[in-house]
Write a protein that binds this ligand. Structure first.
Ligand code: TUI
Length: 326
């Protein structure tokens, strides 16, 4: 049974909504996106300590890397935290074993269907929140027993689906009876409020948390986001079936050229190889993959996670009272 809270809906009636804070033992319904190479224990611990759900990304790393990350986060926080599993990783099986072994409280998944791992995770008492880019996958995973879904719109950074957050979230909310977390294009309290207006029970933010003091990405990466304008986060490789949204640079222009000249999927893959590491670790924001959501243009500063979370809540509440009634 999920915990429910009463909410007065727009017709004056009572709507039952999931209380994600109670379910996950967190203070605010704010997830930090699990971003490969970016979401290390430093960032995740800071977000959890600020009252949100900090999430370590396993990315393409192996089980030993993840075990070490989990050990470190446990030194920095007593609060709940999560791990994001990138389902295309060659190490997914061992990563799942470490998650079960270490009794991680909650996992999120991305870039695939986590169906075959659900039973073992549930038996270990681990809560599962997969990212879904569509209604059918949300419904299917609800039937398979996940605890909630993250409806992620194409505004997000990194690997993306087709639908926008505005279209996807209310359709998923209507299709399932489990908590829905909205992701994609949310960077401040107004975005959070909009997500709740669409029926979401929580929000997930990635790009906003990249520009935090605690995030370990190279300073060049953070400044590339801060300097980005509204149309600078572009999607490459839609034709391959695995589109990736990054800030426009030499690499995205090479992708564009390859797409125009009919390059193969293998050529696209080869071009992208190692690109995220190049940007995150080396700070090469011209030749690397500077994964970022469309909301980059809104982000203008580097703040502590505590401040990011507090500002979100303050902006949410102040905008809530300013919204016009008809
Ligand atoms: O996973 C993400 N975003 C990511 S993963 C990633 S890792 C990486 N990629 C390239 C180079 C280096 C590292 C970067 N960004 N977001 C969650 C997400 N999941 N977006 C879309 C999906 C998704 C897509 C299809 C989820 C499920 C799905 O299901 C297909 C199926 O099998 O039914």
């Amino acid at each position: 049974m999920v915990d429910l809270v009463n909410d007065i809906n727009r017709f004056g009636g009572v709507t039952l909504r999931a209380d994600i804070c109670k379910i996950l033992n967190i203070e605010y319904p704010i997830f930090q996106g699990g971003m490969a190479w970016v979401s290390t224990y430093h960032l995740a611990a800071a977000v959890s300590n600020a009252g949100g759900l900090g999430i370590i990304a396993a990315g393409n790393a192996d089980g030993e890397y993840l075990r070490n990350q989990i050990k470190n986060i446990k030194q920095l926080t007593d609060r709940s935290f999560g791990v994001n599993v990138m389902l295309m990783s060659p190490f997914v099986e061992e990563v799942m074993r470490v998650i079960i072994d270490e009794r991680v409280p909650v996992i999120t998944t991305g870039a695939g269907n986590p169906g075959k791992y659900i039973k073992a995770l549930k038996e270990a008492g681990i809560k599962i929140f997969p990212v879904v880019p569509s209604v059918p996958l949300a419904k299917r995973l609800e039937q398979e027993g996940v605890d909630g879904v993250i409806a992620e719109g194409t505004e997000s950074g990194g690997h993306i689906g087709e639908l926008t957050t505005m279209s996807l979230v209310p359709q998923v909310v209507d299709a399932v009876n489990i908590p829905v977390i909205a992701a994609g294009g949310i960077g401040d309290g107004r975005g959070m409020l909009a997500a709740f207006a669409l029926g979401a029970d929580g929000v997930q933010l990635g790009t906003r948390f990249v520009c935090s003091k605690e995030c370990i990405v190279h300073e060049n990466y953070k400044h590339a986001i801060i300097n980005a304008k509204d149309r600078d986060a572009v999607a490459s490789g839609r034709r391959t079936g695995h589109p990736i949204r990054c800030l426009r640079n030499k690499l995205t222009r090479q992708f564009e050229k390859l797409e125009e000249t009919g390059g193969t999927n293998e050529e696209m893959e080869e071009l992208g190889k190692g690109g995220l590491r190049k940007a995150v670790v080396d700070g090469d924001v011209e030749n690397g993959s500077v994964m970022s959501g469309q909301i980059a243009g809104l982000i203008k500063d580097i703040k502590y996670c505590e401040k990011i979370v507090q500002d979100l809540i303050h902006e949410y509440n102040s905008n809530l009272v300013n919204i016009k009634k008809f």
